[in-house]
Design a protein around this ligand. Structure first.
Ligand SMILES: [Zn+2]
Length: 449
């Protein structure tokens, strides 16, 4: 049996019907209702169907408020997709997808919801206006999967294509990572989780940290070249997501990304990888700097990462050798910041830092810290507030390194002199978890010779 279409909806004999939002009344009031409305019915085939303005959800699960909320959430997602992808409301307002939320895959195959052209999928799949999702062990991840497949659908339906694998999966993962308020029934997509509990079983940060710890993190160039079959395991989703955060939330690259991809998705169906090449060509002059920024970014990526505060900016075209005295201001509310100093292995480096910063200025008990830090609390093995450093390698071979280097922070404090055993650009920051930088104030003044 095919999924019933909307015109057949009201004439269907309903096993039960309920209006979940809006005024409790007969079916006709559904059309006129102002609030988002979803209608639940039991189909003749024994499955349940929930219908809202933009989604028809068919499931073999018991229909609980958590399940009906999926439709309410999807209706809100439409406006957020429209805004992010610059599709005017008039173009998407009549769109509706059909989603199957599946416990028993065989049952959906027997009932011909899963038709022969649907490949055997892992967790979810989008085929034209149809979305397929296996039931998930957490409410968060169930919603996430629907938003992920929904993003594929929106890109396909209203922009004509999904682009290359890193772009498509990265965009879907970025948009699907969300906050949902059960109380107010409101959705915030395109969100970076602040802690593990806020996105149970999402696990992208852990995958990234585990790969960094085992030196198997792919380079940015490798991620951008992911093939059509790369996303058969979870890790490529995490890396595509990270690449999308890196580009789309960076004011220096966002326009290049969106201008290059969004208007050209339709014309590049079948030649998706060309879009990535065009994007890299457009940023060719900055690409070595971008690779260095990526390395610093990935080494810092964790729950609560704030692109606004922590996306690094490294310009390799203006680096100075260690022999030239240098002054730089290191802001306490920002992540890794370039000193503009280029180190070569064997260079003798001497750095002095002065001034004081305020950690957690917004809290009732702000702490003032000098460059040596406050030894009341530690992060990464150093006192909070201490001035710390990394060296980002910049001499990757021309044919591009295949992994992203793991960097080991070291202490600077008030004064540090050392002989460098690393080559690269020197970055500094005030030691604190990424999630807590935003409420700091003031800066350290740093001199080197
Ligand atoms: Zn996907």
């Amino acid at each position: 049996m095919r999924i019933q279409d909307a015109s057949a909806f009201f004439s269907t004999a309903l096993a039960y019907l309920s209006l979940l939002w809006g005024v409790a009344a007969g079916p006709q009031s559904f059309v006129a209702a102002q609030a988002p409305v979803a209608i639940v019915e039991r189909l003749d085939n024994g499955l349940s169907q929930i219908t809202s303005q933009h989604l028809k959800l068919v499931t073999d699960l018991p229909v609980t408020p958590e399940i009906t909320d999926l439709c309410k959430m999807f209706d809100q997602a439409m406006a957020q997709w429209g805004k992010e992808f610059q599709v005017p409301r008039s173009q998407w307002i009549d769109g509706q997808a059909t989603a199957c939320l599946i416990v028993d895959r065989k049952r959906f195959t027997d009932l011909q919801y899963i038709t022969p052209e649907v490949p055997t999928f892992r967790e979810g799949y989008q085929l034209q206006d149809r979305l397929f999702m296996l039931e998930q062990p957490s409410a968060y991840y169930r919603r996430h999967l629907l938003l992920h497949e929904g993003t594929h659908w929106f890109l396909w339906r209203f922009l004509g294509g999904n682009g290359p694998p890193w772009f498509s999966e990265g965009m879907c993962e970025m948009m699907a990572t969300h906050q949902w308020s059960e109380q107010s029934g409101s959705l915030r997509m395109n969100w970076i989780p602040t802690d593990r509990e806020s996105a149970p079983l999402w696990g992208r940060f852990k995958m990234i940290r585990d790969a960094m710890a085992s030196d198997t993190a792919p380079s940015l160039d490798r991620i951008l070249q992911y093939s059509d079959t790369a996303h058969r395991t979870d890790e490529p989703y995490a890396w595509s997501w990270a690449a999308m955060i890196f580009f789309s939330k960076n004011s220096r690259y966002r326009n290049a990304l969106y201008e290059n991809f969004l208007p050209n998705l339709r014309s590049h169906v079948g030649s998706e990888h060309k879009l990535t090449q065009d994007f890299k060509d457009r940023l060719q002059k900055q690409w070595p700097s971008i690779q260095a920024e990526w390395t610093a970014f990935v080494n810092d990526l964790d729950y609560g990462f704030s692109p606004k505060h922590s996306l690094p900016e490294i310009d390799l075209n203006v680096l100075k050798p260690t022999s030239i005295p240098n002054h730089v201001t290191i802001e306490s509310e920002r992540g890794w910041q370039s000193t503009g100093i280029r180190l070569n292995q064997g260079d003798r480096v001497s750095i002095t830092a002065s001034g004081s910063v305020v950690i957690r200025e917004a809290s009732p008990n702000p702490w003032e810290s000098e460059p040596q830090g406050i030894s009341l609390q530690y992060h990464q093995g150093f006192p909070l507030g201490k001035l710390i450093a990394i060296v980002v390698p910049i001499d990757a071979p021309e044919n591009e390194s295949s992994t992203t280097a793991r960097l080991t922070p070291f202490a600077i404090g008030k004064k540090h002199a050392w002989t460098s055993n690393l080559s690269g650009v020197l970055l500094l920051k005030v030691n604190e978890p990424s999630a807590q930088l935003f409420d700091n104030a003031q800066a350290f003044e740093v001199n080197s010779n």
